[in-house]
Structures are given as C-alpha cells and as structure tokens.
Design a binder for this molecule. Structure first.
Ligand code: BG6
Length: 496
C-alpha cells in the first residue's frame, strides 16, 4: 500500500489499465462527477493507456448516443481531437441490474473489448440508487464477474452505504462474499479533497501543531459543511435519506476522524484507517440532547427568494426529512477528554462553506489588563476545505499607535496564491487510486459500521417516531435551537 500523502501524479503513474464498468451510466452522479473526472484526467493525459469505459444502464442507447450524452455532461467540443480520442474509449451496454442474463451478456461484451487491449483488469463502479447495489453485486457474482480471473477485479460502491447499522452490515456481507474486502472500495468523496488530505500533512508534517493539538490547549472544535443548494432534483432520494445519512454519518465523521486521530504507525491504508476507527469507537454515546435536526422553510439565498423544503417538487407536505443537523460530540480519550466537538451540516444555509475551526484556549491572564485591554481573543486555526481552500490562524496583534490596543489578525495561506492552478477534483484522485489499488482514501468495513453504530441511538429514536425537525429560514445559519448544544456562554456557532 502506498502513502496517502503522495501526490496524485504518482497515482497516475501506477494506475493500471482496466475496463471500467459504470452502473448507472445515464444517471446524475455519472453526469455530475464521474464523467467530468474521467474527461479531466483524459485532457491531462493521466488516464492509463488501454482504459475503456463501459456505461451500463437500463435505457436503450447506442455507443454513439452514450458518447453524445457524456460529451454534453462534460461540455466537451465533440469536434476536438481530444474528445475523439476519449470518445473512442466509451461504450454502452444495456441491461437490468438484477438480471443474471444481462450480467452474462456484460461478461461477453467485456471479453470482446479486451481483445486488442492490454487490460485484463476490471473495475465496477456502482453509481446507481443504493437499492440496486446488492442486486448488482449478487448478479455479478452469479455471472462469475468476480476476482480470481486474470488481472484484478475491483468494485467501487458509492454512498449512502446502507441506511443504518443492520443494512450496512448486510451490504458488507454481500460485498465481502463476492468481492472480498481487499477489492471493495467504499467511496466518500470528501477524502479525495486536497484540503482534507492536507489535514494529515498539516498535523503530522509540522512539529508545532502536535504540541497544541489536545485538551490542554484546545477549547473546542467546530466542523461545518454548509451548502446553499436546496434539495434540487433529488427529493426522491432525500425524502428517504435526510442529511444525517447523506452527510453527517460520512463526510462529517471523516472530517472529525482526521482532526482527532492519533498519528498512524505507518503511512498506509490500514494504519490510517485503524486510527480513524479508534476515534469513532472513542466517541461518547450520542443522546437526543446532543442533536438538533432542522428543515428549511422559505427564505432568501443571496437575495433570491427560494421555497421551503416542503414546497419543493416531490416532497411530502408534512415531510419530516432533516435538511440540517447540528450535534455535539465528545471524543473520550486521553487527548480530547472534555473538549466539545460541534458539528453541523445543512442545505440552504447562508453560504457554501466547509471548514474545520480549532478554537484554542484563552491566554490564562491578560498582562495588558492594566493598560486597558479587557479581553483577549483566543487563537483560532481554520482549515478551509472549500471554497477558497486554505488555512488561517487568528493571532492577536498590536494596532500600531501610542496605545496598547490589540486586534485579532489573520495569517492566511491560500492554495490559489501559493500553488496556483486549480485544485483537482476529488473524484479524479479517487478513481486513479482504485486503479492503483490504494485503499487509503476509502472507508473500511469496520469504519462504516462503527459510524452507523454511533448514530444508532438517534436513528432508532427517529424510527420510533420520536423525531422533531425545527424549521429554519432558507439562507440562514440554521435553527436557533442549535445554540442549546453549546456548553459554554463563551461558545457560539460560527457565522461564516
Ligand atoms: C454528497 C451529498 O455526498 O455531497 C450531497 O450526497 C451534497 O447532498 C454533496 O450536496 C456535497 O459535496 P461537495 O463536494 O459539494 O461538498
């Protein structure tokens, strides 16, 4: 296994040629994320030679029609040479998800496509609605499209991975039975974000932070994943899922783990994932008192009026889907005992911003009180995951002049300014990692199950009908009720 901290060009060198089969090839995820990532890699010359992509879906489409569909999704000029080279690698195969014959036919198609290509390897990508995951995995197994042939056979499974502990276990059993853990790659695209990987570099490649990264120095931590977007066209999905399952159980948990984990014993997939699992296992049991769920009502986002969640198309008029979740977590280990971690995620909030803010303790006393400075702000380290990717440190500084007046100022690092160019999309990195067999940035079986286990008290209560979602206006920072999670009058949710 390789080092997660290595750059993605390294992954590109090692990515093996393969046939990539995308289930759900005409769906939203393929159009928004997977196809653009592949196209971007193609334009940078970073796709392994010999790679071919087979879109698998239920619609009747020719190879050419599929190529046209993808060209539209990635906004490529179909007349350009670059596009023609890429389009030559794209194929379409129609089939049902749960049907053995369709999968056998896929097997024959893959055998044909291998002729003349140096690609014994096969990568399946499940980008369908989650209800199709198990039928597809079983049908692949029954059709013999499983590891053990020439080359490797791997599978990428998108989230949501189950909807609670029991369903995640069952999916894991099916997946493990057919593909085995070593060939199973559960994606959480937050782990593919440069800024998220940089958390490990920030923490473990810089000596100064480790000294401060503990309960002695940190007052509290705030992790925010806020979106301005509403539910868009995904009401069918969201009504069933809600934001706890869509974002908190996976993306927020990953950010929490990387922030709180101990240094791994080695820079490899298992050592890093071991440390993350330890964090989740150290979390204090959640209770209803630690969570506030909300749902957006009508409001305005950047001056534009938007409807409330219940007015969105295909949403039930009395829906209780959670579109906002705020929570208070404690990592009960030696490093973090007593330090509150405040986490929140939401749709239709005031801004799109994902960040981790480490709030340090105040200086024990103010030397400057006698000079009229009554209160010193505490230092804060903010890791901006997106947008405006970077890191800033808030430090008190003397305002120039004859008096002692102190103001917090920001020391700022921005990716754009320091490194120039664009920050690569998470999916580009993750797809190459699977082709290279590097599981570091993918969620392991025990990790995903522990994360569901952590949320079980809340999900169980909701299942029993004990759920309240507090309304909040679209374009705000969520319901004021979230303030009841704050354990000190000095704490406040960040307005970003
Ligand atoms: C996805 C969720 O995993 O992440 C979406 O299903 C959400 O609901 C998206 O919009 C946010 O991703 P990003 O990369 O824009 O923060």
């Amino acid at each position: 296994m390789s080092n997660p901290l290595r750059d993605s060009r390294h992954a590109a060198r090692r990515a093996d040629p393969c046939l990539l089969v995308i289930f759900g090839a005409t769906g939203d995820l393929t159009a928004r994320k997977i196809a653009p990532a592949l196209w971007s890699l193609a334009t940078q010359g970073r796709l392994p030679p010999g790679l071919a992509v087979v879109g698998y879906g239920r619609s009747e489409l020719s190879d050419d029609a599929f190529r046209g569909h993808i060209a539209g999704a990635v906004k490529a000029d179909p007349a350009s040479d670059g596009w023609k080279d890429f389009a030559d690698r794209l194929f379409y195969h129609r089939g049902r998800y749960d049907d053995l014959d369709s999968h056998r036919a896929l097997g024959r198609r893959l055998a044909e496509l291998r002729q003349g290509r140096s690609a014994d390897n096969t990568l399946f990508y499940l980008a369908t609605p989650a209800s199709a995951f198990e039928p597809i995995i079983r049908a692949l197994g029954d059709a013999g499209l499983v590891p053990g042939q020439a080359g490797w056979t791997r599978i990428i499974v998108e989230k949501p991975f189950g909807r609670d502990l029991a369903s995640a276990r069952q999916l894991n059993d099916t997946l493990g039975g057919v593909f085995g853990e070593a060939n199973s790659f559960r994606i959480d695209h937050y782990l593919g974000k440069e800024t998220v990987q940089n958390l490990l570099v920030l923490r473990f490649a810089n000596a100064i932070f480790e000294l401060m990264w503990n309960r002695e120095q940190v007052d509290h931590v705030q992790i925010t994943a806020a979106e301005q977007l509403g539910v868009e066209q995904r009401a069918g999905f969201f009504e069933q899922t809600g934001i706890l399952r869509d974002i908190a159980q996976n993306h927020l948990m990953q950010l929490l783990c990387l922030t709180a984990m101990e240094p791994p014993a080695a820079p490899d997939a298992d050592a890093i994932r071991d440390e993350k699992v330890k964090v989740i296992r150290s979390l204090r049991r959640l209770t209803a008192r630690d969570v506030v769920a909300g749902q957006y009502g009508p409001g305005a986002v950047e001056g534009r009026s938007v409807p409330g969640y219940r007015e969105e198309p295909d949403v039930a008029a009395d829906s209780s889907a959670d579109t906002f979740l705020a929570m208070r977590a404690y990592v009960d280990n030696w490093r973090w005992a007593g330090v509150p971690f405040y986490l929140r995620c939401g749709k239709r909030l005031a801004r799109k911003v994902t960040e981790i803010a480490i709030q340090f303790r105040r200086p024990p006393l103010s030397l400057f009180a006698q000079l009229g400075v009554d209160r010193l702000a505490s230092n804060r380290l903010v890791i901006r995951v997106q947008p405006d990717e970077g890191i800033s440190l808030l430090v008190g500084s003397k305002i120039p002049g004859p008096e002692v007046r102190i103001q917090p100022v920001k020391m700022d690092f921005r990716y754009g300014t320091s490194f120039g160019g664009r920050v690569p999309d998470a999916y580009e990195r993750l797809v190459l990692d699977v082709m290279a067999g590097d599981a570091t940035l993918f969620t392991r079986r025990d990790e995903v199950e522990q994360a569901w286990n952590y949320f079980a008290p809340i999900l169980d209560a909701w299942e029993r009908g004990d759920k309240s979602v507090v309304p909040y206006p679209a374009g705000s920072w969520g319901p004021a009720d979230a303030d009841r999670l704050l354990v000190s009058p000095e704490h406040a949710w960040r307005r970003l």
